[in-house]
Design a protein around this ligand. Structure first.
Ligand code: NAI
Ligand code: MG
Length: 340
């Protein structure tokens, strides 16, 4: 089998640390990648003046597949999010965020098993923002298109079916946001009629936030708009041990970028203690996307093995392992499962 061309973006903050561990785990499956290592984010900005260099864009243009670490976005001022820009540039409209309890994690629930589909290119993240200096008025406009709503909801139904899910809950705020939320909900109801194999219902987002922290076991899969998906997926990470453990995929019709839900964690960067599970899980999703099911399954099993020993976990989960030690343990278990 020829090596699979893929763009590798280590990212900034804890990015390079967790990505080094995660790439070793992905490679332990025996699936060969031809990595094209590219810069983006704060480090690229400081070196080249451009947080998303043309060489990085060209690389993803060619490989149509990227494995990336988190990228810092300045808050309030400065350049716009490179993560959002990559998703928009390559039309990666579906952000898939599974959330499953691993053994010995500190979450309040034992068997959370959810998947969230977040619309990834429009809504309040469309970048339509104005500031009226004279009158001190700030506008951020949510834009929803019929095409955008249809494709994420259809994707969610299809992917939920592939994952053997029984139910899809559409999350919205159509009571207040009658245009944007109303359109998303009515399109969802139409598409549900074409997908009788999956039970469909809807919830208003604030109620959903409360429901998820009281009885997440009542839910199965969720489809929602960009901002609500961003917030609810961090909340869901909190149900299963925090941001260190949840991976994500940004998927378009012919291109995909795999990354963690978390950011660059500047508070712990450079210490070698970050949890690489989130980026390892996104590597598992990448292998599945590529049809390498046995390799993805070996990673899933290896994580369950390593999580069975609480001392072997990283500090965010109360263990004492460094990023590198944890990664090496997972890679060893992956090799054992592949050999078995
Ligand atoms: P964050 O996700 O970086 O960190 C939030 C908290 O979770 C911190 O206390 C951090 O230490 C902890 N945490 C995150 N990942 C962890 C890991 N792997 N292991 C252990 N602990 C972990 O969110 P924050 O602080 O809001 O954002 C920092 C920067 O990251 C910002 O510039 C933000 O824009 C950017 N960001 C980038 C994303 C991406 O590249 N896709 C996604 C989210 C934020
Ligand atoms: Mg986020």
């Amino acid at each position: 089998m020829p090596a699979i061309p893929a763009t590798l973006i280590p990212g900034d903050g804890i990015g390079p640390e967790v990505m080094e561990a995660a790439v070793a785990v992905v490679e332990a499956t025996g699936v060969e990648f031809d990595w094209d290592r590219q810069e983006a984010g704060m480090d690229a900005f400081e070196e080249t003046g451009d947080p998303l260099p043309q060489a990085t864009i060209d690389s993803i243009e060619r490989t149509r597949l990227a494995y990336k670490g988190p990228l810092t976005t300045p808050v309030g001022t400065g350049f716009r999010s490179i993560n959002v820009k990559i998703r928009q540039l390559f039309d990666l409209y579906a952000n898939v965020r599974p959330c499953e309890t691993l053994p010995n994690t500190k979450g309040p629930f034992e068997n959370v098993d959810l998947v969230l589909y977040r619309e990834n290119t429009e809504g309040l993240y469309a970048g339509i923002e104005y500031f009226d200096e004279k009158n001190q008025i700030a506008d951020s406009i949510a834009r929803h298109t019929r095409t955008g709503c249809e494709r994420i909801i259809k994707f969610a139904f299809k992917d939920a079916q592939l994952r053997g899910r029984k139910r899809l809950t559409l999350v919205h705020k159509a009571n207040i946001l009658k245009q944007t939320g109303g359109m998303f909900l009515s399109i969802g109801r139409q598409i549900a009629e074409e997908n009788p194999g999956i039970e469909f219902d809807d919830r208003i987002v604030d109620n959903m936030a409360m429901q998820l922290v009281i009885h997440p076991e009542d839910y199965d899969s969720i489809v929602t708009t960009n901002l609500f998906g961003d917030i609810l997926s961090d909340l869901m990470s909190g149900l299963v041990g925090g941001l260190g453990v949840t991976g994500s995929a940004n998927i378009g019709d012919d291109c995909a970028v795999f990354e963690a839900v978390h950011g660059s964690a500047p508070d712990i960067a450079g210490k070698g203690i970050a949890n690489p599970t989130a980026v390892i899980r996104s590597g598992e999703m990448m292998l599945k996307y590529l049809g390498k099911d046995a390799a993805a399954e070996a990673i899933r099993k290896a994580l369950h093995d390593v999580y069975s020993d609480p001392a072997g976990l990283t500090a965010d989960l109360g263990g004492t392992a460094t990023t590198a030690e944890f990664g090496a343990r997972v890679a060893d278990r992956v090799r054992a499962h592949i050999a078995a």
